[in-house]
Design a protein around this ligand. Structure first.
Ligand SMILES: *Cc1c(COP(=O)(O)O)cnc(C)c1O
Length: 354
């Protein structure tokens, strides 16, 4: 039986996508060839790459606005250094809202001066800092839109003329934003778009070409743009499956429609966390993430009982990250409201039982 998969990443994808992707492994489009054995220079694959790139821009509302979409390798973790390599000439600002932000800061320091404009580290990252001023002399300011581990999400982005760079790994395509406010967006596929192995990078071209250092080809956005995201062999299966997920999202009504569903799912679980005396929410209420709900048991003695109950109900992947403890329910785009209801039922059952 298919489980209710709340895994934080790699994570759930639409069942239709799993099916179509698995069929393409055996025989792509009745070609007599597998998707993973054809040349990445074949028309079939070039078409897939181009569809993936244009669907990404279309869904984000960025077509015809000077942006390019790339499907690169090395995960979001490579983007921590690639953004700085390509954009950091003198000084960059970072908003430190969790472990992933901290890792991005560490890499950027290899390339220039880094100012931590705001941080919530003092409270184990359980909130999003607000009311800070963004210095005007920065090459860019970097933020993490959704903090996968801590379950917080930025609801208001800094207003500034400084180019905005954002790690959207765990909430890309999940909610409507004015994406044209961002100069560079990156996201590892495995949280909301596809299997691990590719990273979407969306860049406004006018931020490039400003640093004086030489950049190795594989780490140079301009090289990848010049080669239409095919400078070297792309991760063909990850790109294909991401493209299928983007097609699926478009057919469901795009980001506007999925956001409505994501809001319903988040409301369902957070209401349970708030009314059920056995659970405490981890993140500050106003900063709660629609994607990753983090919560702990009020009484740790109930852990064994609760864990047995959710496992019995076919639920997977709700253990919290070690730096927060407790539980984390990741509810990415492909998760149905029925799966969230299954978890909420178990939380209610625990209260009735205890
Ligand atoms: C998972 C995650 C990363 C790391 O992604 P990799 O693809 O494993 O390098 C970076 N940032 C955020 C916000 C994440 O959730």
């Amino acid at each position: 039986m298919k489980k209710h998969n709340f895994s934080a990443g790699p994570c759930i994808l639409p069942q239709e996508v799993f099916k179509e992707a698995s069929e393409a492994i055996l025989d792509y489009n009745n070609s007599g060839l597998s998707i993973i054995e054809i040349s990445h220079r074949s028309k079939d694959f070039v078409d897939i790459m181009e569809e993936a790139r244009s669907l990404a821009l279309e869904l984000l509302g960025l077509e015809g606005k000077g942006y390019k979409a790339l499907f690169l390798q090395g995960g979001a973790s490579t983007q921590f250094l690639m953004t700085a390599y390509n954009l950091l000439q003198n000084k960059a600002g970072y908003i430190d809202t969790g472990s992933w932000s901290a890792k991005a800061i560490k890499e950027a320091k290899l390339f220039g001066e880094v100012v931590e404009v705001a941080s919530s580290k003092n409270e184990n990252y359980n909130y999003i800092p607000k009311g800070y001023a963004v210095p005007e002399d920065l090459d860019y300011i970097h933020c993490t839109s959704n903090n996968t581990i801590f379950g917080t999400q930025i609801h208001e982005f800094p207003t500034t003329n400084v180019p905005l760079v954002c790690d959207m790994s765990s909430d890309i395509f999940s909610r409507q934003l004015d994406f044209s406010k961002f100069s560079l967006i990156y996201a590892g596929a495995q949280k909301n778009m596809g299997p691990a192995g590719t990273t979407l990078v969306v860049i406004k071209e006018d931020v490039l070409g400003k640093v004086k250092r030489q950049i190795p080809s594989m780490l140079d956005y301009q090289v990848h743009i010049g080669k239409a995201s095919m400078f070297n062999t792309p991760p063909v299966f990850a790109v294909y499956t991401s493209m299928l997920t983007l097609r699926w999202l478009k057919s469901k009504g795009g980001i506007a429609a999925i956001e409505e569903l994501n809001e319903k799912k988040a409301k369902l679980i957070y209401s349970e966390i708030d009314v059920n005396p056995l659970f405490n929410g981890f993140a500050a209420k106003e900063d709660r993430s629609m994607m990753n709900a983090t919560f702990t048991l009020a009484n740790e003695d109930l852990k064994e009982t609760f864990d047995a109950m959710w496992k019995e109900a076919g639920i997977n992947g709700v253990n919290g990250h070690r730096s927060v403890g407790g539980y984390r329910a990741s509810m990415y785009n492909a998760m149905t409201i029925e799966s969230v209801a299954a978890l909420v039922d178990i939380m209610g059952d625990l209260e009735r039982k205890a």
